[in-house]
Design a binder for this molecule. Structure first.
Ligand SMILES: *Cc1c(COP(=O)(O)O)cnc(C)c1O
Length: 356
């Protein structure tokens, strides 16, 4: 028998939201995907896509995309590395900067992939509990003296955000690697992103993705920004051709149409706020999210979150349930179209027995 690496044998794999069977009608609100198609400029680029693009290896360094990102975000291309979704960049940063036995501090709750990736590399995870309203003090993440801290801002699955100034306070007092995952930053207000601070702090690494606001999660593309020394090391350690030509093309086209992203983001935010009031009206408590999802607890005198999750699944409405302390009484619901959210509220009203 081939021995499995003990770390992998023990590993609790990351569990993604379920996918409805192909061809079935469903309302899918469990992976924070955009309910809107990606920009028409992406569709146009894909229409022009010829087999020549697939015959050749892609540009390993994503040169054109990095230049475009540099122009949009005002940081040099030499400070940017692209990846096969930010998931690959999370793996890459552990591979490049952390050793077996090191510690990484994360908030609890946060995105589950950080701990899974740490486990894969034999890195210890220090979970720092958020307060009763799920707020995080970034300074507390540094208290155990970890080699790195990873902060999702806005955080998942809460949708709460920290001001950049809060993270900058951590950057001033803590010398380990500070990773800020800005997967949902396009939904957040001004003054939250620390992307530009990679010009100031040598130990800051910011992650971005095209998966959420840009509606390109199927293409698999994201990027990391950091000091040049860190970027050079990541470029050395990365999978050479991890970002395919189609993903690069799609991301370049999406970046060229910022108005479209602004429009869909504001539409999603409006739907979110309307949906959150609808839930509150049904007696739910809703964490005040700035992102494209909400974390919410059903009223205590009705069916439990777990039961609702299962009953919604039977109605082909997919939401996320986490069987974890402080989350097991809640559902995380991605924001779909107005129609999706109205349908969901209708079903919840029926389940709650308030109205028939
Ligand atoms: C969705 C998400 C990502 C994005 O992952 P990709 O690999 O880029 O699709 C990263 N971080 C968080 C916190 C997320 O929720």
């Amino acid at each position: 028998m081939i021995p499995i690496h003990p770390r992998i044998e023990r590993l609790q794999p990351y569990v993604a939201g379920e996918r409805p069977e192909a061809g079935t009608r469903a309302i899918k609100l469990n992976q924070n995907e955009s309910p809107y198609p990606t920009s028409p400029s992406v569709r146009e680029a894909l229409r022009r896509l010829g087999p020549e693009l697939l015959r050749e290896y892609p540009d390993a360094l994503c040169g054109r995309l990095r230049e475009a990102l540099s122009a949009v975000h005002g940081i040099p291309a030499s400070r940017i590395v692209c990846g096969n979704g930010s998931s690959e960049l999370i793996t890459l940063l552990f591979k490049t900067f952390l050793r077996e036995g090191d510690a990484v501090a994360i908030a609890d709750p946060t995105f589950g992939l950080y701990e899974t990736t740490a486990d894969t590399f034999g890195v210890r995870t220090v979970r720092v509990p958020a307060d009763d309203s799920f707020r995080i003090d970034p300074m507390r993440l540094a208290e155990a003296g970890p080699q790195a801290v990873v902060i999702a801002n806005p955080n998942a699955p809460t949708g709460l955000h920290l001001e950049a100034a809060n993270i900058e306070r951590l950057l001033r007092s803590y010398n380990g690697l500070v990773v800020v995952d800005e997967a949902y930053i396009d939904f957040a207000p001004e003054g939250v992103s620390v992307l530009k601070l990679v010009e100031t702090y040598d130990h800051l690494l910011v992650l971005r993705t095209f998966s959420k606001a840009y509606a390109l999660c199927g293409a698999r593309i994201g990027f990391a920004a950091a000091n040049e020394r860190l970027v050079r090391a990541m470029l050395k350690a990365r999978e050479t051709f991890s970002v395919g030509a189609v993903a690069q093309l799609a991301a370049e086209a999406a970046l060229a149409d910022p108005d479209y992203v602004r429009l869909t983001v504001s539409r999603i935010a409006q739907t979110r706020d309307r949906f959150a009031s609808g839930l509150t009206g049904l007696g739910w408590s809703v964490v005040p999210s700035v992102a494209n999802f909400v974390l919410a607890a059903p009223p205590q005198d009705g069916p439990s979150a777990k039961e609702l999750y299962e009953r919604l699944l039977a109605e082909r409405i997919y939401v996320r349930y986490f069987d974890a302390p402080r989350l097991s009484d809640k559902l995380r619901i991605s924001i779909g179209t107005d129609g999706d959210m109205e349908a969901l509220l209708g079903v919840l009203r029926r389940f709650g027995g308030n109205v028939c």
